[in-house]
Design a protein around this ligand. Structure first.
Ligand SMILES: *[C@@H]1O[C@H](CO)[C@@H](O)[C@H](O)[C@H]1NC(C)=O
Ligand SMILES: *[C@@H]1O[C@H](CO)[C@@H](O)[C@H](O)[C@H]1NC(C)=O
Ligand SMILES: *[C@@H]1O[C@H](CO)[C@@H](O)[C@H](O)[C@H]1NC(C)=O
Length: 778
């Protein structure tokens, strides 16, 4: 019992005692009034006049008073109306606390005469208080292992109101775990209990915040709330779990040691040590242990050794994560080693044929080789090539085998060696390339004949050479090699079988030097041609030939020879000159020839000595002897003239001739009729014409004709004058005349002999042994 309650009971006991003292003065039934608490001051409660049956005047006269048991003036009596009015606001909870009904007893006392009226003021509860939890925040720790059905008792809420204005019901914010059970306590109050409906899962919901509401029964009901904070306590009910069942990673094979492969991660929903995870390999091979390492805390997997795609392309690594309670989870890492283009292509030569003979048939296999690249995919795909400017082709054959074949016949003479670079590159990034150099040599076949440096060689030498003189060299080269290029020289049979070549020249078989075998005589042979051959030593041998034309150069080795007048005869020619001849009378003409040619045969004439100087003159160029002045009776009859004939050689050679002249009276004899040959020319000035022709050596034929003619004519004249005393020596005309045509080629050569005969009176001449068969004798 509350202290206040005790106090009011004491008051009540005093009042009761007081009431029993004057028992006869007290009405048996108390008046009963009721009032709601918290009503405003002055509110009307009751009218005493009506309940007592007394008038207002009586009441006032009899000294009416209102006395509550606790002497507190809750009510006041209006003296005029007898109304009981509320003197103060009444708080039921303060007056009665939980006692119900809350009755304030009082007496209406009339003093004179003394009379008591008992009265009760029933103070009615109004819902002026809200249910209130003592703790606004309730912490509840519940293990997640707690079984459903377990209940948790909560403190009840307080409501100062009573009756149905007190706490009537509790509600809980909706949640999946707890429901509320409202229990009645022994003292009739209600208290709430949380009933676990479904297992807690810390990992799902580590804490719950529930609103517990207490409701009173007022109208409207009032409520108060508290927050129930439920912490779910952990148990090791979760194994670590990896984020992924399988980790797939690709690692380039050239990744350095220590590089990160992957970082794995497992989570454990549990807390604390139960949630602490450590990583490790699980049932892995030594290969993996050698290659990878796992960090127990971070879950990082690093390379411990280098990878090699060509050895192992993938690894499957089983891993586990273990928590502090020895629960574990599993996963696997699938490591794909990614090929990096780290292997250059390889070339493996299987066979190489070198040297290969030139002129071999096309598509001849020179080399066989195979390619290999240990990388995969494009890194291992290859393209193969050689230089494009080579007469070779690459032919792909079986698998990775290639053949190198010739593309057309080879010619050793244009290229004897080929450096072939076989280039293989793969298609990786970056491209790797390998080169292999092979040298193919081409062996010789005797397919080239020796070739002379000139088709025709013209050699000049001077006549009268010493025997075995080196007169020149021919040279032939052979583009082949070795014995196929070894050249030997030889003289070939002459076209003219009569030419005694073998006795003229010889050739050095090794070096092509030509030698004159004997002393050459220009006057006998002005030029000749030899054919030389060059042959190689191939099998079969090839050969070629060239023409060597040897021109013999003239030497001044012949002195002029006087044809007329003849010198050695027993009867020398005598020229007759009439004393009446005018100055410039042609006495005679000295005719001479020179076996040499050119300058060496260019003759000049000179009067060396005369019986009577100044009477005759000799023309230097044509040998004409003419009178220099008129003759007189005083001039001697006989004259001797010495004429020198000199050639133009170096040194010059000369001959002299003695002329005999006889001065006669009268005119000269008329000439004999001319022979019909060349009569017209003779009339003009036959001597000069023919001598010029002779000197020019235009043609030996003309020369010989002219000489013969001149000789014959002069002799006839002289013979007629002296009565046939002209003596012509018999014998061969000195020297041979050989024609060299302007073109320089050897044409016909011929010789003639001429004989002048005298003393027969008919003065005949004739050709002996014409050497050119086609020429009719004249
Ligand atoms: C308490 O409140 C709940 C929910 O509002 C209701 O279902 C239940 O009937 C109430 N209990 C009483 C005794 O009024
Ligand atoms: C081939 O290579 C060799 C060596 O490098 C070199 O001496 C030779 O001249 C080359 N031949 C050709 C035809 O390039
Ligand atoms: C192959 O020959 C080429 C061209 O002569 C040269 O550049 C290269 O270095 C050579 N390669 C080898 C591997 O000898």
């Amino acid at each position: 019992m509350e202290p206040g309650e005790k106090h009011s009971q004491q008051i009540r006991q005093v009042l009761l005692f007081f009431v029993f003292l004057g028992g006869s003065l007290v009405c048996s039934e108390p008046w009963r009034y009721s009032v709601a608490e918290e009503l405003e001051i002055g509110s009307f409660i009751a009218n005493v006049v009506k309940d007592s049956g007394l008038s207002v005047e009586d009441l006032v006269a009899r000294g009416v008073r209102v006395i509550f048991d606790d002497y507190k003036p809750y009510l006041q009596l209006d003296q005029q109306s007898g109304n009981l009015l509320l003197n103060e606001q009444l708080d039921r909870e303060a007056l009665c606390h939980l006692t119900e009904p809350c009755i304030l007893h009082f007496q209406v006392l009339l003093e004179n005469p003394l009379q008591f009226f008992r009265a009760e003021l029933w103070v009615k509860d109004i819902n002026d208080h809200i249910p209130t939890f003592l703790d606004k925040h309730i912490l509840l720790k519940i293990s997640e292992s707690t079984a459903p059905g377990t209940s948790f008792q909560m403190d009840s809420a307080q409501d100062l109101d009573v009756g149905k204005n007190g706490v009537q019901n509790y509600t809980l914010s909706p949640n999946p775990y707890f429901r509320l059970k409202v229990q009645d306590s022994d003292d009739g109050r209600k208290y709430p209990e949380l009933l676990l409906d479904q297992s807690l899962d810390r990992e799902k919901e580590p804490e719950l915040k529930l609103k517990l509401t207490a409701l009173d029964g007022g109208s409207p009901p009032r409520s108060g709330t508290t927050l129930v904070h439920i912490l779910v306590l952990d148990i090791n009910d979760n194994a670590p779990e990896f984020e992924r069942p399988v980790y797939e990673v690709q690692v380039p094979e050239n990744s350095p040691v220590d590089s990160l492969v992957v970082r794995v991660s497992a989570t454990d929903l549990d807390a604390g040590i139960y949630g602490e995870v450590s990583y490790s390999f699980s049932h892995v091979s030594t290969d993996i242990r050698k290659t990878f390492e796992i960090h127990p805390i971070s879950g990082e997997i690093h390379l411990k050794a280098l990878l090699d795609f060509e050895l192992i392309q993938s690894y499957t690594i089983n891993i586990q994560a273990t928590d502090g309670g020895s629960l574990s989870g599993k996963s696997a890492i699938l490591v794909q080693v990614v090929d990096v283009n780290d292997n250059p292509p390889e070339i493996l030569m299987t066979s190489l044929t070198s040297p290969i003979p030139e002129n071999s048939s096309p598509e001849m296999v020179v080399a066989v080789f195979s390619l290999r690249d240990q990388d995969a995919g494009n890194n291992g795909r290859m393209v193969c090539s050689i230089q494009d400017d080579l007469p070779f082709l690459l032919r792909p054959t079986f698998k990775n085998f290639y053949t190198l074949v010739t593309n057309g016949a080879l010619d050793r003479e244009s290229q004897a060696e080929y450096n072939i670079t076989i280039t293989v590159s793969d298609l990786g990034t970056p491209r790797l390339k390998t080169q292999h150099n092979i040298t193919v040599t081409v062996s010789d076949v005797n397919d080239n004949a020796p070739a002379f440096s000139q088709t025709t060689y013209t050699l000049r030498v001077r006549e009268n050479n010493s025997p075995a003189l080196h007169i020149g060299t021919v040279s032939a080269t052979d583009r082949d090699a070795g014995a196929n290029a070894q050249v030997t020289y030889s003289l070939l049979r002459p076209r003219d079988p009569h030419l005694p070549l073998a006795s003229l020249v010889s050739i050095n078989a090794d070096n092509g030097q030509l030698f004159a075998l004997r002393s050459l005589d220009y006057e006998a042979l002005q030029a000749f041609e030899v054919r030389v051959g060059a042959a190689d030593r191939g099998s079969p041998a090839l050969s070629s030939q060239a023409l060597v034309r040897v021109l013999v150069l003239d030497d001044n080795d012949n002195a002029p020879f006087v044809l007329y007048p003849l010198q050695n005869g027993s009867a020398p020619c005598t020229e007759l000159v009439p004393r009446a001849a005018e100055a410039g009378y042609l006495v005679t003409k000295v005719v001479a020839v020179d076996g040499d040619s050119g300058q060496n045969a260019w003759l000049s004439f000179q009067l060396l000595k005369a019986t009577e100087p100044g009477l005759f003159g000799v023309w230097a160029h044509n040998g004409e002897v003419r009178t220099a002045r008129l003759l007189s009776e005083r001039d001697a009859v006989r004259h001797r003239l010495l004429v020198l004939v000199k050639d133009n050689g170096e040194p010059p050679l000369s001959a002299s001739v003695t002329l005999h002249v006889l001065l006669v009276d009268g005119f000269s004899q008329p000439y004999l009729p001319l022979p019909d040959v060349a009569a017209a020319e003779a009339r003009a000035d036959p001597l000069t014409v023919y001598l010029v022709i002779a000197l020019a050596s235009v043609s030996s034929l003309f020369l010989c004709s002219a000489l013969a003619f001149v000789a014959v004519r002069l002799c006839r004249r002289s013979g007629a004058a002296s009565g046939g005393g002209c003596a012509v020596p018999e014998g061969h005309f000195p020297g041979h005349l050989v024609d060299v045509s302007g073109a320089g080629t050897l044409s016909q050569s011929y010789q003639y002999e001429v004989c002048l005969t005298g003393g027969s009176g008919t003065s005949e001449f004739k050709f002996l042994k014409p050497a050119f068969p086609n020429l009719p004798p004249q």
